[in-house]
Design a protein around this ligand. Structure first.
Ligand code: GLC
Length: 471
């Protein structure tokens, strides 16, 4: 639990904090009964330093498992072998000296998460058996953690100094890291894909923090690597129509033929969506943001609690648990207004904020105008309209700096999505054909039929998003 499960000591067990393998099987079975599919994290880049493999590896330079991890002699000055840094700023160098054997081991994250050596065929075979173990149990797919990090520069060359204020299309302020995203990583991912493909209808999704769009897109391979490649672009966008439009354009442009995008506005590593766009002042923004992943061409990933507007929870220092300060977006799911928000009858591991009395599933379920009901309507429409689910994507009115609008088309069905990022009313600069029907507005409550509106021109209220069925 040094990194809350991303530090594994036994790849074929469940941490007792969460239960047992039997509990896992039961969970999976119950989910499947409800036709819910379950995708789990697969963490190939590193293990815990408490893993028996690492204990053996560090036991001596001639240990048969020495080469399962990445060991290197000290640099010329006796310090770390090179300037590589941990992903977590608080950790500093990515190298830690093992005094007993006089060598450094590499850790891309905390010191207690040594990186595995994926150049070693035994590591590859063993980890692919781990993957099989879970696929055999019936999981519906995996999210490959830190997929772009599996192969490091064999020469251990220094990374170039970070460019101050660098911004790239897909990762904010991305460092030009030389040591990761090495060509051989694609061979590793092709092998993982082949394993997953043996099982039929299973998902291989991967976390890829690579800034350069072309290099990022390469993780789809020729349809033989990751099925969905996560990017970090959306979460770092300032509140601007142009910014989001540009990200989508970049992704659409670089995707190889047949590849399918995936969009996420939040996850367990990021600041809470509802706190990023100053939701206190502009509640409309969280409603608008919901529209993007659920109406763009691609798979939508939603982070628990974002659908009810959970905000960053201030964590008193004595309760801080995460090595990278991510606790505020990892607090218990807010189901109801009880003291632990219905998540537990015990003491939760992180505090429940006072706001949970209003921001919770029970309260929002019964409020037709709630954020939760915006999400439900969006999901419902996506089910109902093939254009939203699988249709093509075409941006319209690209000259409007405040309104992001796009068409989705499937067969004869055409749907237009328009999102007004401005806190002023805006006219939609697109002629709507007669008979067009507004099927959703983030402004109106789910239960009420929307009042009839003038369509040409369509006036969007401040911070309003609409979905219009054209044909
Ligand atoms: C990924 C995970 C993050 C974790 C890290 C190390 O980035 O999303 O939560 O800390 O990998 O496994």
């Amino acid at each position: 639990m040094a990194d809350f499960g991303y530090d594994i000591t036994d790849h074929r067990a469940v941490d007792p904090v969460f239960g047992t393998l039997a509990d896992f099987d039961q969970l999976l079975g119950r989910a499947h009964d409800h036709r819910i599919r379950v995708v789990i994290d697969f963490v190939p880049n590193h293990t815990s330093d408490q893993h028996p493999w690492f204990a053996e590896s560090r036991s001596g330079r001639d240990s048969p498992r020495r080469d399962w991890y990445l060991w290197a002699d000290p640099g010329q000055d006796g310090g770390p072998p090179n300037n590589w840094l941990s992903t977590f700023p608080a950790t500093g160098s990515a190298w830690t000296l093992d005094i007993r054997t006089g060598q450094y081991y590499l850790h891309s994250y905390t010191r207690s998460q040594p990186d595995l050596n994926w150049r070693n065929p035994l590591v590859r075979r063993t980890m692919s058996d781990v993957l099989r173990f879970w696929l055999d149990r019936g999981v519906d797919g995996v999210r490959v953690d830190a997929a772009h990090r599996l192969i490091k520069d064999a020469a251990l060359a220094d990374n170039p100094p970070p460019v101050a204020g660098a911004r790239t299309a897909l990762v904010p302020g991305a460092l030009q890291l030389r040591h990761i995203d090495q060509p051989q990583v694609h061979e590793v991912l092709r092998a993982l894909r082949a394993t997953v493909d043996e099982y039929g209808d299973r998902l291989l999704l991967g976390e890829v923090g690579v800034a350069d769009p072309q290099r990022w897109a390469a993780y789809y391979g020729n349809g033989d690597e990751l099925m969905l490649v996560l990017n970090f672009a959306f979460w770092s966008q300032p509140w601007s129509a142009a910014g989001f439009r540009r990200v989508v354009q970049t992704i659409e442009r670089v995707l190889p033929p047949g590849a399918w995008p995936v969009y996420a506005l939040g996850n367990h590593d990021l600041p809470r969506l509802a706190s990023r766009y100053d939701a206190g002042r502009y509640p409309a923004r969280t409603r608008l943001a919901a529209m993007l992943p659920l109406t763009l061409r691609g798979t939508a990933l939603l982070y628990y609690g974002d659908e009810i507007g959970m905000t960053a929870v201030p964590i008193p220092p004595e309760l801080a648990a995460d090595p990278d300060g991510r606790d505020p977006s990892r607090t218990p799911m807010q189901w109801d207004s009880s003291p632990a928000a219905g998540f537990t009858t015990g003491q939760p591991w992180l505090p429940v904020p006072a706001s949970a009395r209003a921001v919770n599933v029970v309260a929002e379920r019964d409020d037709p105008g709630s954020l939760l009901n915006v999400y439900r309507q969006l999901i419902h429409l996506r089910r109902r309209l093939p254009a939203l689910r699988t249709g093509s994507y075409q941006p319209v009115t690209p000259e409007d700096p405040a309104v992001y609008a796009y068409l989705r088309r499937a067969g004869s069905q055409q749907v237009l999505i328009a999102v007004n990022f401005d806190d002023q009313p805006r006219e939609l600069g697109y002629r709507l054909p007669a008979g067009s029907l507004i099927v959703l507005s983030t402004r109106s409550a789910a239960s009420q039929p929307a009042p009839p509106r003038e369509l040409n021109p369509l006036r969007l209220a401040p911070g309003e998003g609409v979905i219009i069925q054209l044909t």
